[in-house]
Design a protein around this ligand. Structure first.
Ligand SMILES: [Zn+2]
Length: 66
C-alpha cells in the first residue's frame, strides 16, 4: 500500500475517495458514482452500444493506448 487514499475510476481516470465507489449495495466498484450515473444515462438512450461508446470516449481523454 502506498498510503494514498482513494481509487482511480476506470472510466474518468480520476483518483477519488473510496466512498465514491460504493453505491447500489456494493463497494469498491470500478467506476465512480458520477461515471456510473452518466453511463446508465447513455445506456437508457442507446443501450449497450451507447454505454460502451461512452466509456471508450471517456477513457480516450486520459489513456493514450485506446
Ligand atoms: Zn469516474
Amino acid at each position: 500500500m502506498s498510503g494514498a487514499t482513494g481509487k482511480a475510476c476506470s472510466i474518468c481516470g480520476k483518483s477519488q475517495p473510496v466512498e465514491q465507489f460504493s453505491y447500489g449495495n456494493r463497494e469498491l466498484r470500478s467506476y465512480c458514482i458520477s461515471c456510473s450515473k452518466a453511463e446508465k444515462a447513455a445506456y437508457r438512450k442507446g443501450g449497450v452500444v451507447a454505454a460502451r461508446q461512452f466509456r471508450e470516449s471517456m477513457r480516450g481523454k486520459w489513456r493514450s493506448d485506446a
